[in-house]
Design a protein around this ligand. Structure first.
Ligand code: RIB
Ligand code: CA
Length: 312
């Protein structure tokens, strides 16, 4: 069966790092490259973190640095409370030797999509600045994009403001471009990702996999669980970004609902909100998104462990 070609656009970040691990080796996926963006930490740090994860796991794909700020407004503060000063505190990596691909992330996305012999799926797990810029710079890529499977938004409660989730509000204008581009968006919002709670028992389970991916997962999640407990009082933190890759590997692990979603870019108290017509009754607008509503938690962790075992 043909592998699904994907580009992972991310801001590592602990959950992004697990998404990289999952996307790089699964037989159903062909990871064409990784692009980095400012988000959880500065662009320099998210990029270094992506390179470190690839080097540690022996992942040989291009890593391209992207936007160091949103398209229009100033960036939100980085999230050191959760991800630490480096953006990937916890694991200790050997000296970094993996080289950055010299292309800008936006150019890499455009070149790679246009050059691909089959359509590509974009998988953004950070602010959407690179994706928005690529669509605006070269709209021709849209005819070769199957889907945009992204982590972001919420049809219920945000995590930066009551209304808005980080990846969307950090560059709401870029999100507006993405949700109005005409290609199907699969939205892994907080409503879904808050079901993927990485409890210490999950870390214990994955730590039994004696290979680099098992160790990386364990080192990442021990730190992540500690900061979730310290910052929010949670026993288990939501492992947001890997839900995108789990969906690509086995879509039956997630229940979706088609609906119209629009991004609030008005700059008011709900700026950056994904306004979802959940009942498809409030607007007569086209259903531009598959919004994810329910996670089969057992299947999800089995997929994560299946990916870890691929590094034996
Ligand atoms: O709101 C959660 C999202 O913001 C996750 O993708 C996390 O990694 C950060 O990018
Ligand atoms: Ca992320």
């Amino acid at each position: 069966m043909d592998k699904r070609k994907i580009i992972l656009d991310c801001d590592p970040g602990h959950d992004d790092a697990v998404a990289i691990m999952m996307a790089a080796r699964h037989p159903k996926l062909e990871l064409l490259g990784i692009t980095t963006v400012n988000g959880n930490q500065t662009l320099e740090k998210t990029t270094r973190n992506a390179l470190n994860v690839c080097q540690y796991l022996g992942i040989d794909v291009p890593v391209c640095k992207g936007m160091d700020r949103p398209m229009v407004r100033p960036a939100l503060p980085v999230e050191e409370r959760v991800h630490g000063e480096s953006g990937l505190d916890g694991p200790v990596f050997p000296p970094l030797t993996k080289q950055l691909d010299p292309r800008h992330a936006v150019d890499f996305i455009i070149e790679t999509v246009l050059a691909s012999d089959t359509n590509v799926t974009l998988v953004p797990t950070g602010p959407l600045s690179n994706i928005g810029m690529a669509i605006r710079k070269e709209p021709k890529i849209l005819e070769k994009i199957d889907e945009i499977v992204l982590m972001g938004g919420a049809y219920q409660h945000g995590n930066v403001t009551p209304a808005a989730e980080f990846n969307i509000i950090d560059d709401a204008e870029a999100a507006y471009v993405v949700f109005t581009c005409g290609r199907p968006v699969v939205m892994m919002g907080l409503d879904l990702t808050r079901q993927a709670l990485c409890y210490p028992s999950v870390v214990e389970r994955m730590s039994k996999n004696d290979n680099p991916a098992g160790k990386l997962f364990t080192d990442l999640m021990k730190f992540f669980c500690m900061t979730q407990k310290k910052t929010f009082g949670w026993e288990g933190g939501p492992l947001h970004d890997p839900t995108c890759v789990a969906y690509l590997i086995d879509p039956t692990c997630i229940e979706t609902k088609e609906m119209y979603t629009e991004i609030d870019i008005t700059g008011g108290p709900s700026h950056g909100r994904t306004n979802c017509d959940f009942f498809n009754l409030m607007t007569d607008k086209p259903r531009n998104s598959k919004v994810c509503v329910k996670l089969d938690v057992e299947k999800f962790w089995n997929i994560v462990e299946e990916c870890i075992k691929l590094y034996n």
